[in-house]
Design a protein around this ligand. Structure first.
Ligand code: COA
Length: 347
């Protein structure tokens, strides 16, 4: 796989690449490729490779669904007219889940110059096509070495632990912010930039079954987070990173999803936005409205030369907003420390 040190999996069909030219309808308002479009391409590559793998030995036809995306950094913006090369590799399998690592390279096809723009790790779970509530066993892969397998097992155990911790703290919800009278709100407050999108899940959001593709949801989440960021700083904004996201619930065709975002924290030059996805099952039997996904997105604002601009500080008003700001600050300091440690290791 391009950009990866070596192939971790020795089984056939463990890696693949898809390429696509970036068109104007892939752009955000600043003219770069929308972060959500990149997340969607990453997820599509993951779903193809893991569904293929899960059907390789299984008698029972199954489809891989996105269960989790690890923290993802956007390393460099991609431009319209560049070609995105999305390489996916299966790097670990547990009894019921598949780890896929994806690299995205942007190629300027006039000069042939390529650069790495994204690296992501996704976890898929195989569901039976006959009964989408049935989790199917995953065929094991052949590892390059026992060390590769052991490293994979450690990543699997770490994400399982993180899942339990995040489930425990995801009790909070964001009330949808529709028809907010921003004239009456004080700029730079949480309420001023808080935003929501309402979306009816249609056939184009689903692929192999009647449930939403994870990439579609991530694109909507990124769109809301981008609106919140732009409303706060009123300048050109880009996605810098997305924290780990767990997909606990399938979202059925015909459901109405409300995607809401609110700003939780600002540093000197970055903003953290919390995004919630609520599902309302409109058709069929009435079911409870439920929270399907939550995640933190980090945005930065860039000037014309691509330099990060200062961000106006978030004005917190309530005790909850102050608490969330402090929690955001802790996440910011932790990831910054990890990034610095990683950079020192690479030197
Ligand atoms: N991240 C990674 N792996 C996960 C996971 C998550 N968030 N949730 C479950 N798993 C793995 C488990 O580790 C287990 O594998 P293992 O036995 O090898 O350890 C396997 O999934 C089954 O776990 P189980 O507890 O039996 O399943 P579940 O009832 O929690 O269902 C899903 C798991 C993923 C099928 C379920 O949460 C779901 O349907 N989520 C929505 C998927 C989807 O529609 N994605 C797109 C949304 S927009």
């Amino acid at each position: 796989m391009e950009g990866a040190a070596k192939s971790l999996c020795q089984s056939p069909g463990c890696s693949m690449q898809v390429s696509r030219i970036m068109r104007p309808d892939d752009a955000n308002i600043a003219g770069n490729v929308h972060g959500g479009t990149i997340l969607k391409m990453i997820e599509e590559a993951g779903v193809i490779i893991s569904t293929r793998h899960c059907n390789r030995q299984n008698e029972e036809r199954c489809v891989a669904v996105l269960a989790r995306v690890e923290r993802t950094d956007f390393l460099s913006p991609m431009s319209i007219g560049e070609v995105a090369h999305v390489s996916a590799e299966i790097t670990y399998t547990s009894k019921h889940s598949v780890e896929v690592q994806v690299n995205v390279m942007a190629e300027n096809i006039l000069t042939g110059v390529k650069r790495l723009t994204n690296r992501a790790t996704l976890w898929y779970v195989a569901l039976s096509m006959e009964n989408v509530n049935k989790v199917v066993e995953v065929p094991h892969i052949q590892y390059g070495s026992p060390e590769d397998q052991e490293e994979g097992r450690k990543r699997y155990e770490a994400q399982k632990l993180d899942r339990i911790e995040t489930k425990q703290r995801s009790e909070d919800i964001i009330l949808p912010a529709i028809n907010v009278d921003r004239q009456r709100k004080e700029p730079y407050t949480v309420g001023y930039s808080q935003s929501s999108l309402i979306h009816l899940v249609g056939p184009s959001d689903c692929a192999l079954h009647n449930f939403v593709q994870g990439g579609v949801t991530m694109k909507l989440m990124d769109e809301v987070a981008g609106i919140v960021a732009a409303r706060h700083c009123k300048t050109n904004i880009v996605t810098a990173s997305v924290d780990a996201i767990n997909f606990h619930q399938k979202i059925e065709k015909g459901s109405v999803i409300t995607v809401s975002g609110r700003m939780t924290f600002t540093s000197n030059r970055s903003m953290e936005i919390e995004v919630f996805v609520d599902v309302d099952h409109v058709l069929g039997r009435p079911k409870e409205k439920a929270s399907a996904v939550t995640a933190f997105f980090t945005y930065v604002s860039l000037d014309k030369e691509g330099k990060a601009l200062p961000i106006p500080m978030l004005k917190t008003q309530t005790e909850d907003e102050k608490r969330r700001f402090e929690e955001g600050k802790t996440r910011y300091l932790n990831t910054k420390a990890k990034r610095m440690a990683g950079a020192q290791k690479d030197q």
